[in-house]
Design a protein around this ligand. Structure first.
Ligand SMILES: [Zn+2]
Length: 89
């Protein structure tokens, strides 16, 4: 759901640093970037998964499922950023 910029609200919103969509932006702890809601949830999931993979490796557990999920989220974010580029016309 995209909504174009309207009015003079641009000072209070920033384009998402991943997909570039303009809307309400969210900060995540540990980053200085702005994310839209969709991207912020994906980035948060990646942070959680990365920590889980790290601790699973530390105790010698398999990380295949976690890595698969991480790859899945990463490619979804990549697709979104690419379609944002294509749709910027
Ligand atoms: Zn985004």
């Amino acid at each position: 759901m995209l909504s174009g910029p309207k009015g003079t609200e641009q000072s209070s919103v920033a384009p998402c640093s991943i997909c570039g969509c303009i809307g309400r932006s969210f900060d995540l702890p540990g980053t200085t970037e702005k994310f839209c809601w969709s991207c912020s949830t994906d980035v948060a999931s990646i942070l959680v998964l990365t920590a889980e993979i790290d601790s699973a490796e530390r105790v010698g557990e398999g990380t295949d499922a976690l890595l698969a999920e991480l790859t899945d989220i990463s490619s979804r974010m990549l697709q979104r950023s690419q379609s944002a580029d294509l749709g910027s016309d």
